[in-house]
Structures are given as C-alpha cells and as structure tokens.
Unconditional design. Structure first.
Length: 120
C-alpha cells in the first residue's frame, strides 16, 4: 500500500513547477533614464526593467527613492547607487523577476569591490 502512494507523490513532485530560489545580489544599481533599471554585479548585468516593455519585476516597489541615499547623478534626476537585493532571477534571460528586499549601501562599498565592473 505504501509503494503506490510513494510513486504517486514522486510523480507529482516531478511534474510540479520548480520554485525560484531567492539569492542576494550586490552591485551597481543603475537608473540612467526613465524606467530603465539594471544591476551590475560580479556575475554580470541583471535587467530589472526596460522603458516601454511593461516588465517591472514583482516587488519593485521595495526600492525606495535611491537619490535620497548615497547616489551619483548622471543625467538630471537619474543615476546610480550601490545596493544589495534579495531577488529571484531568470539566469537564461539575465533578468531579475522578483525583489524580496533592498538595502542601499555607500558608493564606496561598490567602488572598492574589485569584483564589480567600473561604472560608466
């Protein structure tokens, strides 16, 4: 009797969609123009959203106004900051699909991190 139940449970698990695991990503959070956001970390560039695409990740509202913290203006009201976020990613697309938490860091932390690319 136990074997059929075990087989049924294994079959259900094999067909269930896999939950994405949250991971912490830290680096340069860039917002150079309206609705264009990405994070450059030690593993590459992760797109949060692109203007006109309507592709805002779940939890994007967890990112506060980054210009009120340690921030570099590069284009009027736009620029970049250093941040750590707990996120879910789609690695095949290079996208952040969900944001669980956000913490803005001093610019010096990213500037001094040799694993991060230089910010342009």
């Amino acid at each position: 009797m136990k074997k059929p139940i075990l087989c049924t449970l294994l079959a259900l698990l094999a067909t269930a969609p896999l939950a994405l695991a949250a991971e912490t990503r830290c680096g340069w959070l860039q917002n150079p123009t309206p609705a264009n956001w990405w994070l450059d970390d030690s593993e590459g560039t992760w797109t949060l959203m692109t203007q006109g695409a309507g592709d805002e990740p779940a939890g994007f509202d967890r990112i506060p106004d980054i210009s009120t913290g340690d921030y570099v203006r590069t284009n009027g009201n736009y620029g970049y900051a250093c941040a750590c976020m707990k996120v879910e990613t789609d690695a095949s697309e290079g996208r952040i699909v969900a944001i669980h938490s956000f913490r803005q860091l001093p610019i010096s932390q990213c500037s001094n991190d040799t694993a991060l690319p230089a910010v342009e």
